[in-house]
Design a protein around this ligand. Sequence first.
Ligand code: 5GP
Length: 220
Amino acid sequence: EGKGVLNNRISEYILTNLSQCGIKTHLVKRLNMREQLIRKAEIFPIEFIVRNIATGSLSKRLDISEGTVLEKPLLEYCYKKDELNDPLISKDHIFAFGWATENEIKEIDKTTLRINDLLMGMFRGIGIKLVDFKIEFGKAWNKETEQKEILLADEISPDTCRLWDIKTEKKLDKDRFRKDLGNIIQAYQEVARRLGIVPETTNVSEVNFKKPTSINIKKR
Ligand code: 5GP
């Protein structure tokens, strides 16, 4: 229904802004409505999750009340393995299985927390709380330095972040799909509109968007 088109634009906007702040990303350019040209990267089999507010699997796992503001951003690692539901792992798992080196994780942790700072500011400026998000990194060859470098190699969009309206706490992210809340496109469009990506006048009527019925897709 157009979610991919919106995500393509939102992710391009966010990665371009991050890149202007010195974050190395895989994005070369958006090619058209639905496609991007990206650098080929060897992906670390790890999902890096940052949480500012407790919800989702953290609240479930540790029985922490939804909406609890965390003392400091919490960085979690999950093993990228769909068959196992991307289980939570520790740094020692990463080193024991050689999924990344200590130096690589040190660099990625630093970049991830910097990305969190930048994104929190970006979203706060448009009345949105960045609750949590997931990102992935990869290694790619840099022709100039003739060395491999670590890049942010993922989309950043309402599919990969939890975004709550500051005033109403209305969910403007994929939880609308996960929790069958409906109006998913409208929520993504609202994020795009506030970021200034789609024109202010764009107004998508609620009636155009059906509530999801029985969807047989894995909800991650
Ligand atoms: P949770 O662990 O609470 O389910 O998710 C934490 C954050 O990471 C949420 O913002 C969620 O959107 C994101 N996330 C975690 N795993 C995945 C995944 O496999 N796919 C996507 N799209 N997002 C994920």
